[in-house]
Design a protein around this ligand. Structure first.
Ligand SMILES: *[C@@H]1O[C@H](CO)[C@@H](O)[C@H](O)[C@H]1NC(C)=O
Ligand SMILES: *[C@@H]1O[C@H](CO)[C@@H](O)[C@H](O)[C@H]1NC(C)=O
Length: 439
């Protein structure tokens, strides 16, 4: 039995009528924030992308090989080309128009183009330059932007170790954001940031955990980069708990997997979930990018032995559990992976609504999100790129807030309701117009 279908057994009552409350927020916070990211992407801006060049040249030149297609104005779907300036500008214009009052933007990394074109390798200067261009776009539209390091933001794709001078470079490029970078940032690229007196973001550097980073070791190795960061992560969560605050976790690479292979090193992966579970009383949600899918994942608690594991809604069924086993598990944590700008799939931007009053739910509780996407095919043809609403989470899932109990209901909806399951499968891949979302 699939883990997802089995999860239904856990649930005895079907809740979930949408409560269409008109939300009134405090003056200080508007109650919306934006999440931009990409999977193997995020922005992945490539200022050297030229419309009309050949896809086989990674959209840099006309090399006479048109078999793989021709570079479109706003990007070329499903190709190995990165995001042209036109797409990145359209995305920023959209965000400014759609959420001008957003309290903050979480930007889960990967500003720069890939280093795929052997005839036009990325230089260290370009990596820095592109990072600066993205900062300038953000500064023109938003006052609070919280960035983290992506695996393509470092000079040598995926590889970085503690005490690398690039952390000081990031700090200097991101200086205009005016955030709370501490000594850990200088050493290894992670930091915390207060949003309000009772809400904080913990901004990780997931490169310390990544299997692809050749310069780091397992998290159970003494003195490893991952070891230091997980210790800091726990301490930061202790601080949140002590202060009576709540936390959002920002991660570039999600603790998920592709074809059963975890993105994180094994000991990092298991301890990571154990931390997410142990501090589920203070963690409101975990946000990530990197993997391009619109993916829901739950932290599960084994109620018999108190250990933690996880289940991803469809797509990854790497926790095959029997019905009996499933009776033991309870959703305690919420992981939201948003799709990205890079046109591997249709480009996407997400706008969250969160609790600011703290009357019904703790401040910071995710109440809803609107997922927007652009249809590249149409944009290339018309010469005009428009972001459209793909779906509104509360309507799609019939859930009015997205804490652990809300996510339990979402998993239930995906399991029980074939229509919701089909919709989720489509939006997981940001199919957009090919399969319009119907509620
Ligand atoms: C983008 O533009 C090119 C050229 O106009 C076109 O051939 C292609 O089909 C368009 N669509 C996508 C999704 O790349
Ligand atoms: C550390 O974790 C790895 C991966 O799970 C494992 O193979 C190794 O035996 C562990 N080492 C120690 C010292 O526990």
């Amino acid at each position: 039995m699939s883990s997802l279908a089995s999860l239904v057994l856990l649930v005895t009552t079907v809740t979930g009528i949408i409560i269409p409350t008109k939300r009134e927020y405090g003056k200080a916070l508007s109650g919306t924030f934006i999440h931009v990211t990409a999977g193997h992407l995020d922005f992945h801006l490539d200022p050297y992308y030229v419309e009309g060049t050949d896809v086989s040249s990674f959209c840099h030149t006309k090399d006479g090989d048109t078999e793989k297609g021709v570079a479109g104005r706003f990007g070329t779907l499903g190709s190995k080309c990165d995001s042209p300036t036109a797409l990145v500008e359209a995305a920023f214009a959209f965000m400014k128009a759609q959420a001008p009052d957003a309290d903050f933007v979480i930007y889960t990394g990967d500003s720069t183009r890939h280093d795929r074109d052997k005839k036009f390798l990325r230089t260290k200067e370009q990596v820095i330059e592109i990072q600066k261009i993205i900062v300038n776009y953000f500064l023109k539209g938003f006052s609070t932007v919280i960035p983290i390091v992506g695996n393509n933001d470092v000079d040598k794709h995926n590889d970085i170790k503690d005490f690398d001078e690039q952390y000081l470079e990031f700090k200097s490029i991101w200086e205009p954001y005016n955030l709370n970078y501490g000594s850990e940032f200088d050493r290894a690229g992670y930091y915390t940031q207060d949003i309000s007196s009772n809400l904080r973001t913990i901004n990780l550097n997931t490169l310390s955990f990544s299997k692809k980073n050749k310069l780091v070791d397992e998290c159970n190795a003494t003195d490893s980069s991952g070891r230091h960061q997980l210790d800091w992560f726990k301490k930061s969560l202790e601080d949140v708990r002590r202060d009576g605050s709540k936390a959002y976790i920002l991660a570039h690479i999600p603790p998920n997997s592709k074809k059963d292979k975890h993105f994180y090193r094994e000991s990092c992966y298991s301890e990571y979930y154990s931390i997410l579970g142990s501090y589920s009383d203070v963690i409101l949600a975990h946000f990530s990018g990197h993997f391009n899918h619109d993916q829901l994942t739950a932290v599960l608690k084994n109620t018999e032995d108190g250990t933690y594991t996880r289940v991803a809604a469809l797509g990854e069924e790497e926790v095959p559990m029997t019905a009996q086993e499933l009776e033991k598990y309870k959703v305690v944590g919420v992981l939201l992976n948003a799709p990205s700008i890079i046109p591997e799939k249709n480009p996407a931007v997400r706008i969250y609504k969160y609790e600011t009053e703290g009357t019904r739910f703790p401040v910071g509780t995710i109440l809803d999100w609107d997922q927007y996407y652009a249809n590249l095919e149409e944009a290339n043809q018309s010469g005009n790129l428009k972001f459209k609403l793909e779906y509104t989470a509360s309507k799609l899932y019939n859930v009015d807030h997205f804490d652990a109990s809300g996510l339990q209901n979402v998993f239930e909806a995906i399991s029980l309701n074939e229509n919701v399951r089909t919709q989720y499968t489509n939006i997981r891949n940001v199919l957009g117009n090919e399969a319009p979302v119907e509620y």
